[in-house]
Design a protein around this ligand. Structure first.
Ligand code: SF4
Length: 283
């Protein structure tokens, strides 16, 4: 990881976010990516610190707004590997609208959600993925609603790569993140990343007892209905690559076939050619 050095991270000792960071960096090194070829965009929350620690280009964006920022960066520079990251509150609460549209748009970025089922930075309130009945300082009688189901939601909304990992399993997490970054299109990796300070229910031990490893199952991962059925029927919480579809990414659909050439060719336009192109939009 020599090229992805970072300042000492300030998460609580034992926080799951440490291994998510290490795993992402390992995946980048494994793929031969250089720090100047990667941009990590984060939202707000404990997980939001990841963009500062990554050792690549970083953008600490607004609460719930990592996805529009990351998509804009990718559309502006197709050469960059763009990773958006945040927590379950950031992504599935205030950022939910962006999440759904990012899934269907299929911009070629990777979205990593560090899901600890609680708001950690604000000291322990229930989040969109908190289980029904979970008691926190804002829900003393237990959460009344059903939790958001990120995998089913992403598949329904049109994400072309959907996976789930556990920060207590570095090897599987790194393999999944590598596949997600290599995937052409929008990839969601929801990662169980325990908050050791404020969530005393969904601990490392709890996840180990409840995980069902889908990577050990044989099925057609391009069959969305089969993937949905298996997730729905799983007796526990699943990890592994759940669904993967091969379809054109957003820039290929929108920009690849323009009369002005591909995105790469457009980036290589001379100053005069670019001015002439922009003039068409000014009319
Ligand atoms: Fe991690 Fe929880 Fe500490 Fe935040 S409060 S750094 S999520 S352990």
């Amino acid at each position: 990881l020599a090229d992805f050095r970072y300042e000492k991270a300030t998460w609580c000792p034992g926080c799951g976010d440490f291994t998510v960071l290490a795993s992402l960096q390992q995946a980048c090194v494994k793929m031969g990516l250089e720090p100047e070829g990667v941009c990590c965009v984060s939202g707000i929350g404990c997980s939001g610190k990841i963009s500062q620690h990554f050792g690549s280009y970083g953008f600490h964006s607004l609460h719930g707004r990592s996805l529009p920022t990351a998509q804009g960066i990718k559309m502006g520079n197709q050469e960059l590997t763009v990773i958006a990251a945040g927590g379950d509150g950031d992504g599935y609460g205030i950022g939910m609208g962006h999440f759904i549209h990012a899934c269907r748009r299929n911009v070629d970025i990777t979205y990593v959600v560090m899901d600890n089922h609680i708001y950690g930075l604000t000291t322990g309130q229930s989040s969109p993925t908190s289980k029904k009945g979970f008691k926190t300082k804002t829900t003393p009688a237990g959460v009344a609603e059903e939790p958001v189901k990120p995998l089913e939601l992403a598949m329904t909304a049109g994400a072309s790569f959907v996976a789930q990992a556990f920060s207590g399993d570095l090897k599987q997490m790194t393999n999944i993140l590598t596949a997600a970054i290599q995937h052409k299109g929008f990839s969601l990796v929801n990662i169980f990343s325990p908050c050791v300070t404020f969530n005393r229910v969904n601990t490392y031990e709890w996840f180990k007892e409840h995980i069902v490893n889908f990577d050990e199952m044989e099925y057609d991962r391009s069959d969305k209905y089969e993937a949905m059925r298996r997730v729905h029927e799983a007796e526990g919480v699943c990890t592994g690559i759940i669904y993967q579809e091969d379809r054109p990414a957003f820039h290929e659909v929108v920009l690849g076939a323009t009369p002005h050439g591909t995105v790469k060719e457009n980036l290589e336009l001379s100053h005069e050619q670019m001015s002439a192109l922009l003039d068409q939009f000014r009319r």
